[in-house]
Ligand binder design. Sequence first.
Ligand code: ADP
Ligand code: ADP
Ligand code: MG
Ligand code: MG
Length: 588
Amino acid sequence: MHIAIVIHDRCQFKKCNYECRTYCPPVRMGTETVVITESGYPKIIEELCEGCGICVHKCPFEAVKIIGLPEELNEDLIHQYGENGFRLYRLPRVHKDRVVGILGPNGIGKSTALKILSGNLVPNLGRYSENVTWDDVISYFAGTEMADYFSKLRDGELKTVMKPQYVDKIPMVFKGRVSELLKKSDLNGNLDEIASLLSIENTLNRDIDKISGGELQSVAIAAALLKDGDVYFFDEPSSYLDIYQRLRVARVIKDLASKKIVFVVEHDLAIMDFIADVVHIMYGSESAYGIVANVRNTRNAINTYLEGYLRDENIRFRDWKIEFVAHPPKRKSELPVLISWDFVEKKYENFHLEVNPGEIRVGEVVGVVGPNATGKTTFVKILAGVVKSDRGGVDNEIKVSYKPQYIKSDYDGTVEELLNFTLKDRMLNNFYRAEVLHPLRIKYLYNKDVNNLSGGEMQRLAIAIALGLEADLYLLDEPSAYLDSNERMVAAKVIRRYMENLGKSAMIVDHDVYFMDIVADSIMVFSGEPGRHGVGNGPFSMREGMNMFLKNVDITFRRDGDTNRPRINKPDSYNDREQKNKGEYYYA
Ligand code: ADP
Ligand code: ADP
Ligand code: MG
Ligand code: MG
């Protein structure tokens, strides 16, 4: 069975000569395999397509995918977004008293699966031009637990609650104070309790369009928790949150599962590991199709994911293993100092930042961790020369390349044009191409307009550009934001290898512990009172810094026996208590 996908986000029929049609062998022989629709988009008639894949290679915009799939998969088609549209095969199963995690790359159908399970989208079973009803869906699943689930959903016996993925859209549909928004959901008078659980008491009186991304996320989660449902869906709950908040949310969601059915989509693997009892991995081809794999226990699912190979399904999605080391890296204390700073101070109207003296060595990657609104970005901006400190600063004129936390671009052109314009000769450098552009899959973005990139695509591009510029120090503020788990691990490794090979230094702010573990040689720790006062310390050795940082967060990690990856200990478990006694929060 061949499926043919035309990705409308990529297809730019006004700028091409319909190569997909012109070069199609059956079309040349007179069979109308590819037709041009009224909208201008080409339509590939799957029954006539021979699967040669010539259109895939001829399309200048990487907008066509022809994929051979096993015939039997056809019976498992749950939803298809129109002819030549994305297809979802199979669904995650419903487990009572368990948090079900869904793990997979961007564009693989995770949100679509949640929309179906939550009753927000009636799956069309592939019959996209028909009016498929819940009754059809229930008879499709006849004899399985899913039929029972969807019947209850249809009959209103199950109430579902969704924390949507895109919290930044909330201010567009709701104006007014946070407390007003939350009161609408608060049928049982739990607002005070939930607000305190998520530490948003001080956000309640603010206007929804004036709060930060992290606050929006917490508010969206609070709104979900206040609602009285039977089944809860949390689509990417950790975005914009710092690690304190991620853990707080993870604990609340875990508690919820003792009484409710809970599904979570999450890209932070340490959090997924902690939150989920079982995990469905999803695989397939971005924007083309996604398959929900059989459920695995969480440990096994994440180890499998890191290995890059789904044994049961015989699918390889990365050609190398992601590995962790159980021991802290050696501090590069023999290396010369690149820059150092004396006491640095910066005051804003409501915020006071103090950073104690520190230094960065040549070839060192310094991680930066700490709660939101403690001045990490401000400090990076001071190093980048974007913000002037009130007192203190770096001793030495060096060249920096800076990727801001919030990336925007008003560049009017394609990714390829932007890259050539910004990086010039660097684009021809073999090392850069092989070690940065290739692993970050930038080639697939070349023909896209910069303005149309998704969050994850923009992040990959911004990282590639920052690394492409000539500098002594690379400053990357929250590079894992919007990336899926796989992209995060790849990006961490790209950054690390790049610095190692070129003998350059970097400072990386991030909240994802796995990302930090892979990327950093040493670590700076920020703390204080968020929004009021921040204190930066370090860089420390990884052991010292992680102990300091995790002590603040009150969590300990053990190591997985097979992969050495860090795993959050259950609070108050034997390991947790033992490690806290010893003061070893991370390298036990
Ligand atoms: P994920 O949550 O895994 O990133 P989604 O479920 O959001 O993935 O989307 C999977 C694919 O389905 C994407 O390629 C997306 O473009 C496509 N898609 C999502 N919603 C629609 C829609 N309403 N119409 C057409 N295509 C859609
Ligand atoms: P982090 O990166 O740790 O989240 P930031 O450095 O972005 O923290 O911000 C620290 C605090 O400084 C926040 O409370 C923020 O609102 C405040 N702040 C940042 N930039 C400015 C500015 N230009 N004017 C006033 N306050 C600012
Ligand atoms: Mg999604
Ligand atoms: Mg920041």
